[in-house]
Design a binder for this molecule. Structure first.
Ligand code: ZN
Length: 244
């Protein structure tokens, strides 16, 4: 594995086959977690995934993405979806320029709906670059009445494991699930349905659970990346050159 701490010469000699681009966010995570929760999650997951892949180039996590739905809360910053799409296209283009045609996006923030059509556009252009989309569903935990959508048990456990110094359990708000559905992230923003910015049950969080979830998410993501690129290669070889 090579990363941004290597020299250009080391990257050139390593000839990495796959690049990993983690995508985080800087957005509110209620009163007890840092704004950087998704950024820290993206980087930590990507480091573990990179360890499981043979020859890859790990990029630093993109700190910003589509967090408009958290705009009621101070410190939250966001990219417009078209901006995120353009950033992904540019970075994939730069990697492809250096002969790295396989890029795995590790998306740690759930609001980045634009990523999927962006992937489709890049891949189906058939200029040889292939981007795949991976998202760590393991950071969210099913808990009956409390959907774990934001700053709940999964994310709290994860940050307790990664950066316990940044978790303020003395500030944690009561477990909460709005009466509305997830689509209200789009219709009103989370602030209107959850004034504390919380959607989930952080009371059940533990660092052990965070460690376990992260390990399992990394194994699942690494396996998915290997299998998916192998399958893309197989299908592309079978299909042969473009017919139209
Ligand atoms: Zn988050």
């Amino acid at each position: 594995m090579v990363n941004w701490e290597n020299s250009f010469h080391e990257i050139e000699r390593a000839k990495p086959e796959i690049a990993i681009l983690p995508i985080g966010a800087i957005e509110q995570h209620s009163y007890h977690l840092p704004l950087a929760t998704d950024y820290l999650a993206a980087q930590a997951l990507a480091e573990r995934v990179a360890d499981e892949l043979d020859n890859c180039y790990l990029l630093p996590a993109l700190p910003f993405s589509c967090s408009r739905e958290h705009g009621d809360f101070f410190g939250t910053v966001w990219l417009r979806p078209a901006t995120l799409a353009a950033v992904i296209q540019d970075l994939v283009g730069a990697l492809h320029h250096h002969g790295i045609s396989k890029v795995a996006l590790l998306v740690a923030h759930g609001g980045n709906w634009i990523v999927k059509p962006t992937v489709r556009e890049i891949d189906l252009d058939r200029k040889g670059a292939h981007v795949i989309f991976t998202t760590p569903d393991a950071f969210t935990v099913e808990q009956g009445e409390f959907a774990d959508l934001h700053a709940g048990r999964g994310e709290t456990s994860l940050i307790m494991h990664l950066r316990p110094d940044l978790v303020k359990m003395d500030k944690v708000k009561p477990d909460f699930s709005p009466a509305q559905g997830r689509e209200f992230f789009d219709y009103t923003g989370i602030g209107a349905v959850s004034p504390t910015g919380l959607w989930g049950a952080p009371s059940g969080a533990s660092p052990e659970e965070g460690e376990r979830n992260l390990k399992e998410a990394a194994q699942r993501a690494a396996a998915y990346i290997k299998q998916t690129f192998a399958e893309i290669d197989r299908l592309e070889a079978e299909r042969g050159p473009r017919r139209n």
